[in-house]
Design a binder for this molecule. Structure first.
Ligand SMILES: [Zn+2]
Length: 380
């Protein structure tokens, strides 16, 4: 999601908010200050209504954050890497870069959020019941509103369709029952599509039949849900294809190599005739030594280029990745950096260099996967 502003790092998790959060906050503050609070406790000044309304909206945002943080912390505790939390128009999302390893973990991560919302809802309602004598009546109304809103949030999120939490719970259960993660994913996405359609339909009825503009909100949420579910459904097969691909299938075989024993000067003259910017470096007996880029060669001072060997300036393992042809592409995907000279994976078979996997090869593989097909090992 673009255009987010940072909100700090509670418990070490990066949190950002999309600008649309400001819109929802303004709408909630207005709802409290202009209608809910004056109707429940008449006769107060506008300042009191607005101050309570804005505070209520801010606390609501905090409880939304608590919901997402619960997902994030449970994920991290179970060893799944969490990238960040983004708050936006329809709530929040927790982005995880790690794969959920088991149905049990998937279930725990999914229910953590709604559980936090349920607890927050119960706590606010409890405070609303216990505090009336001690605090102004408008605060009690705001607390009660916060309580019910959090309970609604918990229940709504438990609706059984991805990408809602309920959809993730459903996915974890199907995964557990069938042992098939992809099938569970597809089922949860499909039920998210149906749910989105139902919500949008209900919103339309509310809008057209009853003339209620709250229906528009439901149409928006339904549309968003259906849209995300379809996107997830489309990504499913691509992910499945990717999971099967081995380095040997996607590598460029017999790449132009840099002889490690050459001086930088001697190799530069040879490199000028190639279209490559990065080269695998091999030793005299054909063993792969590392990776060198034109940029790295350019950093060697001119007077040293006749005395420095290519092998001395190349990036060596573990900084450069070396793997066998049967290693799945997905295991190196997350480890290839964008840094020049380190973005070439050396594919080694029987001790000699069989090929290289470049960012171009990876892009081609991803595009073929989206097209529903698989890169094949080139025939030479
Ligand atoms: Zn959630």
């Amino acid at each position: 999601m673009q255009a987010t502003f940072p909100l700090g790092r509670p418990a070490g998790v990066r949190v950002g908010a999309h600008w649309s959060v400001l819109l929802i906050m303004a709408l909630l503050a207005e709802l409290l200050a202009q209608s809910l609070l004056p109707e429940a406790v008449p006769g107060q000044s506008a300042l009191v209504y607005w101050a309570t309304g804005i505070a209520g909206a801010v606390v609501f945002l905090a409880s939304l954050l608590a919901h997402e943080l619960s997902h994030a912390l449970v994920a991290r505790r179970r060893g799944v890497a969490v990238d960040r939390i983004t708050l936006w128009l329809f709530g929040g999302s927790t982005e995880m870069s790690g794969e959920l390893p088991s149905p049990g973990t998937a279930f725990a991560v999914a229910v953590a959020g709604p559980l936090a919302s349920l607890l927050a809802g119960g706590a606010f309602l409890g405070l609303g019941l216990l505090l009336p004598a001690a605090v102004p009546a408008v605060v009690v109304v705001a607390l009660t509103w916060l309580g019910w809103t959090n309970l609604v949030l918990a229940v709504f999120n438990l609706l059984p369709g991805a990408p809602l939490d309920g959809g993730r719970v459903l996915q974890a259960i199907i995964w557990k029952l069938t042992g098939d993660k992809r099938r569970a994913q597809a089922a949860a996405a499909r039920s998210g599509s149906v749910l989105g359609l139902l919500l949008a339909g209900a919103g339309l009825v509310e809008l057209l039949w009853f003339g209620s503009f709250a229906g528009l909100w439901l149409v928006g949420i339904g549309w968003f849900l259906g849209f995300s579910a379809r996107a997830e459904f489309a990504a499913g097969p691509a992910r499945e294809v990717l999971g099967r691909i081995r380095l040997g299938q996607v590598m460029t075989p017999h790449p132009v190599t840099a002889p490690g024993w050459f001086t930088v000067q001697a190799f530069v003259e040879q490199a000028a005739a190639c279209r490559q910017r990065t080269f695998p470096v091999v030793s005299f007996d054909g063993r792969p030594v590392g990776v060198v880029s034109l940029a790295a060669l350019a950093r060697v001072p001119e007077q040293a280029r006749t005395s420095t060997r290519v092998e001395d300036v190349c990036v060596k393992p573990p900084l450069c990745l070396v793997a066998g042809p049967d290693v799945p592409l997905t295991t190196v995907l997350s480890r290839t950096g964008a840094r020049p000279g380190q973005d070439l994976v050396l594919v080694v078979e029987n001790g000699v260099l069989a090929g290289v996997v470049s960012p171009g090869d990876i892009a081609r593989t991803l595009e073929l996967a989206v097209l529903g097909t698989e890169a094949r090992r080139p025939t030479v």
